[in-house]
Design a binder for this molecule. Structure first.
Ligand code: ADP
Ligand code: MG
Length: 410
């Protein structure tokens, strides 16, 4: 096995398509790293460059410390599994598994031993005599993984290997992949657009967008401290609520409620609150005032969809902010008490509104325990409890800090 390194790797296709921009990434020996991002963000390009199937326009690729730019795919000792796993249809499962080893002139007894071991590991020992057409999707996927792993590659690449499976099977094979990696410990890079797969599988995840690495870290690190709006909105299901908020007297105000102190004299910010971080209370309580649109019962919990009251635009958003003088300047972690504005104050000065909120920008989702099913049109207040309120710069989309539990506690 070996570690893998992308050093400032850029790939430009004809027509000036920058598929990958200055990728720097080190994958340690035995690590399982997931590249995750929307379609077209450069994931497959990165894998193909590593496998030697495409050449980088600039930059270096190292495997086991050695620069491999000039090596062909065969010399790199890498195995790759794709979405369409392309088994040889006319060969039995056994022959599919043995194929790569036979190509390498491995002795027959050794082939037999390795195929038996691998098919045992993957639970496909009873399928060795069948042809691919006689297998289910999940079984075929396991055979494809076995075929790649049986030759004990230094690096294992997987490009959206579960996308052809139905949801339940995807969950099963995902768990199997995790077991397999724990058992074999092969350095693995896994590519997916699915943030759940990324979170559950990766020792480390790399969130990509538009050919650029946005953020890397353990799934929890990235979930807990997204560096920008893209990462914040991409990880998590249901997605983080991201709402434009006016800054009034140094506080971001949503639905008449001061949700967080804002540093640096900004006039508006994007507030991010995860659905599971919100608690619902009665209409009279202090909190973000909302009106219920509908709810979705999901058994273990219920998702309540609501519209934030559009009172904040009227709260003097474009007044010169006094934020600079507030202790809020000490973000990222601030702990100022949250204070709800009286409705009268909140509805002042409508003419100065700088944030014309569309319905889309006022939508908020709350994940609540089962049993809570408010009426359509019912008024509630929401308070961010226990977890963070994130703040993003409305112009650059970069994270500018977050409020702590105390801020959200009232
Ligand atoms: N052979 C190619 N020629 C031109 N453009 C390509 C080629 N392969 C990929 N691209 C472009 O490069 C970008 C990244 O593609 P890809 O790495 O396949 O993304 P992903 O796997 O994340 O969906 C896309 O904009 C895609 O259209
Ligand atoms: Mg792809």
């Amino acid at each position: 096995m070996a570690d893998v390194e992308f050093c400032n790797v850029t790939k430009t296709y004809a027509g000036d398509v920058v598929a990958l921009r200055s990728l720097d990434l080190h994958v340690a020996d035995g690590e399982f790293v997931v590249l995750v991002g929307p379609s077209g963000c450069g994931k497959t390009t990165a894998l193909r460059i590593l496998a030697g199937l495409a050449k980088p326009t600039s930059g270096e690729v190292r495997i086991g410390g050695e620069v491999v730019n000039s090596q062909g795919p065969g010399e790199r000792d890498i195995a790759m599994v794709f979405q369409n796993y392309a088994l040889y249809p006319h060969m039995s499962v056994y022959k599919n598994l043995a194929y790569g080893l036979r190509q390498r002139k491995t002795p027959k007894s050794e082939i037999k031993r390795r195929v038996a071991e691998m098919s045992d590991t993957l639970g496909i020992g009873h399928l060795l005599g069948r042809r691919p057409a006689q297998l289910s999707g999940g079984e075929r996927q396991r055979v494809a993984m076995g075929r790649a792993l049986v030759r004990e590659p230094r690096v294992f690449l997987l490009d959206e290997p579960l996308s052809n499976l139905d949801a339940k099977l995807r969950g099963q094979v995902r768990a199997e992949l995790k077991r397999l990696h724990q058992r074999l410990g092969v350095t693995s890079i896994y590519v997916t657009h699915d943030q759940v797969e990324a979170m559950t599988l990766g020792d480390r995840i790399c969130v990509m967008n538009g050919g650029e690495l946005q953020q890397e870290g353990t799934p929890q690190e990235v979930y807990d401290a997204p560096v920008n709006l893209f990462v914040a909105g991409f990880l998590g299901s249901p997605a983080m609520n991201l709402l434009p908020a006016a800054v009034v007297d140094g506080y971001a105000v949503l639905g008449g409620h001061r949700v967080a102190a804002v540093p640096g004299g900004r006039g508006e910010v994007i507030v991010g609150i995860r659905p599971e971080a919100l608690r619902a209370r009665g209409a009279q309580a202090h909190g973000i005032r909302v009106q219920v649109e509908f709810h979705e019962p999901l058994g273990s919990h219920v998702l309540i969809h609501a519209l934030v009251d559009d009172v904040d635009n009227a709260a003097g958003a474009s007044r010169p902010a006094a934020a600079a003088s507030l202790p809020a300047a000490s973000l990222p972690a601030v702990s100022l008490p949250a204070v709800s504005l009286p409705a009268a104050e909140a509805s002042r000065a409508g003419a100065e509104a700088s944030l014309p909120a569309t319905d889309h920008e006022r939508r908020i989702v709350l994940q609540a325990p089962p049993g809570l099913h408010p009426e359509v049109g019912e008024r509630l207040t929401l308070t961010p409890a226990g977890e963070r309120v994130f703040l993003f710069d409305a112009a650059t989309n970069a994270a500018i800090g977050w409020a702590t539990e105390e801020t959200a506690a009232r």
